[in-house]
Ligand binder design. Structure first.
Ligand SMILES: O=C(O)[C@H](O)[C@@H](O)[C@H](O)[C@H](O)COP(=O)(O)O
Length: 293
């Protein structure tokens, strides 16, 4: 199944249209399935989409689940929000993806649109004064040990996903879908200049993890070093997978990943983005700069 491409003049135009279509996807899932789940991404483009949703809801007159400028809006009481990755920092740290998402949109959804606070599923935060084993491992040979608190956080998120899992339903190709996870109607993923997605970075163990849905990351090249991430096998259960990518610094990675996907030369270790796809559709949301134009 070939990928779809949506091209936009700039990040703002990309975020506006992706926001409108995110609302449509969630509204359709609630209508068709009785609930909807979206997996959010950190980064400027992912957070920009959330802010654009807030703008649309404001344009639609805010309150309740009224139309946002004529767009369908889901019954937010039936929507669940998850993360594809998180920076493992103390709760409330402004660098956490969750904190940025709440400021961009989620606080508005809870305060004004009927999203239950318990439908927001952030990845666990670090303790306020966590002393990590990894800190003592810095500079020693071999990969840093996974700090017990970080490992436990990964396990806790996997358990929360399992608790909301749906009975395996047949995929279009007839294969059962992962019983450890909710149905993800849409997974949004930013893409790094090194072709990372979520916190699955080239050359690190994460992109190759098997048999688990969440992994700890101890040596992310993108600060902070300690993170949590859904795995490739978890991301690949998405009904729709949206790469949301803007900026000229991504052009080389986008070109390499799209070439690999088009020519069957995908490589999880080299280009983690090359091995994640939606079950129904994979869409590249690109601005002209990220497309190399
Ligand atoms: O926690 C993170 O840092 C993100 O999840 C990361 O995967 C991000 O999405 C990409 O690095 C793209 O970031 P930009 O959209 O800011 O380029």
């Amino acid at each position: 199944m070939s990928d779809e491409t949506r091209m936009f003049a700039d990040r703002q135009a990309l975020c506006r249209q992706a926001a409108a279509e995110l609302l449509e996807v969630l509204a359709a899932a609630v209508r068709d399935r009785g609930e909807a789940s979206a997996v959010l991404t950190g980064g400027g483009t992912g957070t920009g989409i959330l802010a654009a949703v807030a703008d649309l809801l404001d344009a639609g007159g805010g309150g309740g689940d009224g139309p946002a400028g004529g767009l369908p809006v889901p019954d937010w009481s039936r929507v669940h929000l998850w993360w594809g990755d998180e920076r493992f920092l103390p709760a409330g740290d402004p660098e956490r993806n969750e904190v940025q998402a709440r400021a961009a949109l989620l606080d508005l959804l809870v305060d004004c649109h009927g999203l239950p606070a318990e439908n927001i599923h952030p990845m666990p935060a670090d303790g306020p004064a966590a002393v990590s084993v990894a800190g003592s491992a810095v500079g020693t040979a071999g990969p840093p040990a996974t700090p017990p608190r970080l490992g436990a956080a990964a396990d806790a998120y996997a358990a929360e996903l399992l608790a909301r899992a749906q009975a395996p339903r047949p995929a279009p190709d007839g294969a059962a879908v992962d019983a450890r996870l909710p149905v993800f109607d849409v997974v949004m993923l930013g893409v790094g200049p090194d072709a990372h997605v979520a916190s699955l970075f080239p050359g690190l163990p994460g992109p190759l993890a098997e048999g688990v849905t969440v992994v700890p990351v101890t040596d992310s090249p993108k600060p902070p070093a300690r993170r949590l991430s859904l795995t490739v096998e978890a991301l690949n259960t998405a009904e729709r997978l949206w790469f949301v990518v803007a900026g000229a610094d991504k052009a080389e990675a986008v070109a390499a990943v799209r070439h690999a996907r088009d020519h069957g030369t995908t490589d999880a270790a080299r280009w983690p983005a090359s091995v994640v796809s939606g079950r129904a559709v994979t869409t590249w949301w690109l601005d002209e700069a990220a497309a190399g134009n």
